[in-house]
Each structure stands twice: as structure tokens, then as C-alpha cells.
Ligand binder design. Sequence first.
Ligand SMILES: Nc1nc2c(ncn2[C@@H]2O[C@H](COP(=O)(O)OP(=O)(O)OP(=O)(O)O)[C@@H](O)[C@H]2O)c(=O)[nH]1
Ligand SMILES: [Mg+2]
Length: 257
Amino acid sequence: MRQRADSEGSQVEGVSVVVPTFDEAANVGELVRWLAAVLDPDRSEILIVDDSSDGTAHVASESADHVPHRVRVVHRDEPVGGLSGAVLAGMALAVHRWVVVMDGDLQHPPEDLPRLIAAGEARGADIVAASRYLAGGSAGGLEGTMRHLVSTGSTVVARVLFPRRLRGCTDPMTGFFAVRRDALDLRAMRPQGFKILLEVLVRHRLTMSEIPFSFGVRSAGQSKATLANGAAYLRQLVALRLQPSSTARSAAAVEVV
Ligand SMILES: Nc1nc2c(ncn2[C@@H]2O[C@H](COP(=O)(O)OP(=O)(O)OP(=O)(O)O)[C@@H](O)[C@H]2O)c(=O)[nH]1
Ligand SMILES: [Mg+2]
């Protein structure tokens, strides 16, 4: 059982939390309660971008009624760009200084969220990623040897292909990070598949930092990591190599909501 976040400690302000969800009805209620424990209700928002058909959006909206925080639930009837497209849609709605991206299945511990923001403020970074591979972190929540191999293999390939943009980034595959809203150029991004941090880092010139974290086990429900995501990752690598940075801006803008 997860330790309860210290709701008596100071709560973080100036944060928009973007959570992509696909069939997370069994997790999203608990996630909203956990986030409410660490966020200042007057200076934060929770943006849930949902592509599900299992009632996740309904559960999320009901949970919102029990917390004083601003919770927006966006259900996409015609999803574009998968998980990464959902994150981009959430980023487009975010109003606060920091945007935190995290999964909806509690594998990303909400109590680590204040550490991300504190590190970003203290170090003057544009982006702070929560890394499973930094000393002190753990990828224990990845199920099976194959998932571990795919994760480390994908990381090595990305770092070889983008050595400058990924310098200092031990875990470009992590889905848990905080980025300054004004450092993002959403028009530069061409999201597809699962790897939104890679998209952000390669398409921007950002000062990056990391904190270690322990990737937990999925709380309930099914994984959406599939072979199709592997294929999408390869397509993403090719697209990023061909048009890596903000030169992409002149192309047609991505529709984000
Ligand atoms: N909106 C949206 N969210 C998605 C989509 N695919 C996955 N997600 C969400 O993205 C997050 C990460 O997906 P997961 O299935 O947990 O992937 P994972 O953590 O690599 O896999 P597990 O370790 O098995 O949980 C979860 O919150 C999912 O609900 C999608 O197509 N659209
Ligand atoms: Mg997961």
C-alpha cells in the first residue's frame, strides 16, 4: 500500500498537471485524490485528457466534485496522436507556470510531484524529468524481462541518435516530467505514440535536469503498451531525425484540442 502524501506539508503552486487516460476508470479517482493532497487548490489545475470508452471521464468528473481543485476532464471522441496527442492537447489548455505530465495509473507517485517542481525552481531548469535510471531510481514497475529490455534498448537508441539534445537525460522514455509552460512551442511538436518527453526534448532547446524516482506497479487495469507502440516509436525516431527542431514550425500547425 502506498504511503499517504504529506498533506500537512506545503502544497505546490503554479502547476497544471496533465494526465492522459485510456481506460483508467479503476485508477483515476484515486489519482485525483492523491493529487489534491499535494497541490495548492488556488494555484493549480488537473487536466485529464481521456480517450477511453470505459467511463474514465465520468469517474474523473465525479472525483472532481470531492476536491476543491480545478479539474478539467477533456474527452476526445476522435483521438489524434494517441497518448502523446492527448498530452499535447492538455499542454495547450494549461495556464500555470509549470506543466507536469504523469500517467493515470499511479505508476508515477504523486508525492514526487513537489520534488520535480522544487528541483526546477532551485536549479533554474526549463524541464525536470523523473528518471528510473538515475542513481536512487528504480524501473521495478516494468513488468517482465522483455519490458526492461525494450525500455533500456529504446533509451540507448534515442541517446545515440540525439546525443546533444539528450545530454544529461538518463531516461528519455519516462512519462513523468515537469516543464515550464513558456519554454514550450506546441506548434513545433508532431506527437505520435507514447514518447512525449523525447518529442519535447528533441524539438526544443531546453535546460534539463533530473530527479530519481521509483516507477511503481500499475495500480489496476490493463497496460496499453503494445507492439504497435514500438512501431510508432520507430516512426517517431525517423520523423525527429528528419525534422528535429523548431524548423518544424513552418509546417501546418497541429490541432491540439
Ligand atoms: N489519452 C490517452 N491516454 C493514453 C493512451 N494510451 C495510453 N494512455 C495513458 O497513458 C498512460 C501510460 O500508459 P500505460 O498503459 O500505463 O503504459 P505503461 O506505463 O508503459 O505500461 P504499464 O507499465 O503496463 O502500465 C496511462 O495513463 C494510460 O491510460 C491513449 O491513446 N490516449
Ligand atoms: Mg502504466
